[in-house]
Design a binder for this molecule. Structure first.
Ligand SMILES: NC(=O)c1ccc[n+]([C@@H]2O[C@H](COP(=O)([O-])OP(=O)(O)OC[C@H]3O[C@@H](n4cnc5c(N)ncnc54)[C@H](O)[C@@H]3O)[C@@H](O)[C@H]2O)c1
Length: 254
């Protein structure tokens, strides 16, 4: 098994369709012990039900906007898990109106909120968890093509993802001192709670499936496979990268 003896966190999961959930399951199937994140106590109850059949998983609770919760998470890891080998940042948020209206209408507080939850949280989590990460560990965040192209209705989240991808590269320098790799996974559109906030999501999904080089549907499983690769020693030389999991959509003119 690729991840035998490894431990890590996948933050966060809201239901069985969450990309984070597919990543947590794939990591556990490869022998990893996984802390599966929920944003608050109410969501933790649903995640607790999801992990019921997975003895190598535990639920952890963390709201990315609250420093004390991030620090408490690091303390819990130190006390209950020891050192960890991987951290998956799989969370984003923007106000619904900022994903539905014209981008030019983005409010100051909506901008700050989207950047705080979707980007700054990665920096803050890495800082808190650095002392409990093993050398040669692996950190990854989830981004989207809207970071570098203006894609319909992605709006402020595109700006947040651009910042996130940049933060990944700077974190790769800092954590590279200890051999810890930091990368970005960039899936094409997948029907999840977060994605449904983007106007016309299903049209986007149909379009990407129709025009990409690989003519088939893709989803959480394909992302999870790449996450396992990045957690594993197979990817040791890879850091500061964006890996697209979108049937090749980003590579062609359509
Ligand atoms: N679904 C897609 O099409 C797609 C494509 C590319 C990238 N992504 C990215 O994948 C990641 C996971 O999203 P998903 O599509 O699985 O959706 P999801 O709704 O299943 O997961 C989003 C998670 O973000 C968490 N979250 C939101 N605000 C938070 C906060 N303040 N503190 C802590 N957690 C918070 C939610 O609780 C939820 O668990 C996100 O970064 C998203 O932008 C998704």
């Amino acid at each position: 098994m690729l991840l035998a003896g490894k431990k890590g966190l996948v933050l966060n999961v809201v239901n069985k369709n969450s990309i984070g959930w597919a990543i947590a399951v794939a990591a556990a199937e490869q022998g990893a012990e996984v802390g599966v994140g929920a944003q608050n106590e109410r969501m933790a109850e649903s995640v607790q039900k999801l992990i019921a059949d997975h003895p190598s998983m535990r639920v952890v609770t963390v709201d990315f906007t609250i420093d004390e919760e991030i620090d408490r998470l690091a303390e819990m890891v130190a006390q209950e898990m020891g050192k960890i080998d991987f951290l998956v940042h799989s969370a984003a948020f923007a106000k619904r109106e900022d994903l539905q209206d014209r981008f030019i209408q983005t409010s100051r507080d909506g901008f700050a909120l989207a950047l705080d939850i979707s980007c700054y949280s990665l920096i803050r989590l890495c800082r808190a968890l650095e002392p409990v990460m093993n050398d040669d560990g692996s950190v990854m965040a989830l981004s989207y093509l809207g970071a570098t192209r203006a894609t319909q209705n992605y709006n402020v989240m595109g700006v947040a993802k651009a910042a996130l991808e940049s933060a990944v590269r700077y974190l790769a320098i800092d954590l590279g001192e200890r051999g810890i790799r930091v990368n970005t996974l960039s899936p094409g559109p997948i029907n999840t709670v977060a994605a449904r906030g983007v106007k016309d999501l299903t049209k986007m999904i149909d379009h990407v499936h129709a025009v990409s080089p690989l003519k088939r549907a893709f989803g959480q499983q394909e992302v999870a496979g790449n996450a396992v690769y990045l957690m594993s020693d197979l990817s040791k030389g890879v850091t500061g990268q964006v890996i697209f999991i979108d049937n090749g959509y980003n590579a062609v003119t359509v």
